[in-house]
Design a binder for this molecule. Structure first.
Ligand SMILES: *Cc1c(COP(=O)(O)O)cnc(C)c1O
Length: 402
């Protein structure tokens, strides 16, 4: 990190999270980034080439590299709202009843990222309840609840993918398609398993969004939108710099069907989500590595680092366990159940002290409510793992002052 900034790099034991800068880019990805920086190429041609590679890897008709999965959700929503209609593109995000704008979503799938869908101008219509988490029922959201909500203003369905999401995607897609409605899937964090690159689309979903800066290990601010060719074209039209003459503009026909356009769209709602040629080249390099299973070779070294940290914590006031993934591709994690009573400090307090210490250490915080610290090894080399283990040992030993 540039010394002029006066910042102390942290030890990231949280994995590929956005607020800590995402995933570490492998050398081949950085090389692709640098190589692209030295050349210019029309972006619609580069994105069309990317589309062909994404199609080959995912089985989609087409794909677009976006400024993250959230940007992919905004662009995918815009594409569903407008299709190739230039007038509709021009009016977004204000639909004002001029065309269908509602996306039906399960209440149990609502989350902060659905702001990206609303940002395009869509209105979310919730179905189902939270009965399981409310302790007041036994059922999840059901297909009939979606169908009952479909009406003249329905534009599509938003589905947030998870292995245990309900209703099952393929069944819901069939119901939606019977009504002529497209399904947009948020699968941002659903890699690995790498099978999901194909399996989620194979359910028939119209558009799927993946993060590029999580497990794929591309640039942090990249994502992938893939699916139907006409919708990918509509998304691209609303993201690209459109400052050209229609007579001269020549997008590859397998990517954007110019014959469907009466003229050149103006800059669209996605113009602020532009992606650089370097990001595109780097994400494609990362996608190839990820899809080929290259990252699996690192799993044993990452596991060994967690074991070293666990050894160093023997005798501390905490129960330590290495959690292996069930898919054989996800990273193993180290869970530290803090004995708050013995230590006189909660897991939250230890998390705070680790961040404030030197070097600052950021551990996984998803299970703090249960008193558990989680160590993700993605960013740890031997030196960082040893430094982290020392700091954990200090904070998990009774003698440290409060
Ligand atoms: C991470 C995530 C996003 C956002 O992805 P970015 O690539 O950071 O834009 C959206 N939805 C879900 C469920 C996520 O986990």
């Amino acid at each position: 990190m540039d010394e002029e900034l006066g910042l102390q790099p942290i030890i990231n034991a949280s994995g590929a999270v956005t607020r800590l800068g995402g995933a570490p880019m492998p050398p081949a990805v950085l090389e692709a980034f640098n190589a692209a920086a030295g050349e210019s190429v029309p972006l619609e041609q580069l994105q069309a080439a990317a589309s062909r590679q994404i199609a080959a890897i995912t089985g989609a008709e087409a794909g677009l590299i976006t400024a993250g999965a959230a940007a992919a959700l905004t662009l995918g929503t815009a594409a569903i709202l407008t299709g190739y209609d230039l007038r509709r593109m021009e009016t977004l995000p204000h639909v004002d009843g001029a065309f269908p704008d509602q996306f039906v979503v399960a209440r149990e799938q609502r989350n902060g990222y659905d702001h990206a869908v609303r940002a395009a101008g869509a209105r979310l219509v919730e179905v189902g309840f939270h009965e399981l988490s409310a302790g007041s029922g036994v059922r999840r959201v059901e297909e009939w609840e979606y169908e009952a909500a479909f009406g003249a203003r329905t534009a599509g369905v938003l589905y947030v993918f998870a292995p245990d999401a309900r209703p099952e995607l393929a069944a819901l897609v069939a119901k939606c398609h019977a009504r002529g409605l497209p399904v947009l899937v948020d699968a941002a964090g659903e890699l690995p398993p790498r099978d999901n690159l194909r399996a989620i689309l194979a359910s028939g979903a119209d558009l799927v969004a993946f993060s590029g800066g999580k497990a794929i290990r591309g640039p942090q601010a990249t994502g992938i939108l893939c699916g139907r060719r006409d919708l990918i074209a509509a998304a691209a039209l609303q993201m690209f710099d459109m400052d050209d003459h229609f007579e001269l503009w020549n997008p590859p026909a397998d990517f954007i069907d110019k014959s469907k356009l009466p003229g050149m769209p103006r800059h669209g709602i996605g113009r602020g989500y532009k992606v650089s040629k370097e990001q595109i080249a780097a994400l494609l390099a990362a996608l190839r590595l990820f899809a080929a299973g290259d990252y699996d070779a690192e799993l044993s070294a990452l596991r060994r680092r967690l074991q070293q940290i666990a050894m160093r914590l023997t005798g501390c006031a905490a129960a330590i366990e290495i959690i292996e993934s069930t898919d054989g591709e996800s990273l193993p994690l180290l869970e530290i159940d803090v004995d708050a009573e013995t230590l006189g400090r909660s897991a939250l307090e230890i998390c705070r002290r680790l961040r404030a210490g030197s070097p600052p250490c950021y551990v996984g915080h998803a299970k703090l409510h249960a008193g558990t610290l989680v160590i993700n090894p993605l960013h740890l080399d031997d030196g960082k793992a040893a430094a982290l283990a020392d700091r954990l040992r200090e904070e998990l030993s009774k003698s440290v002052g409060a």
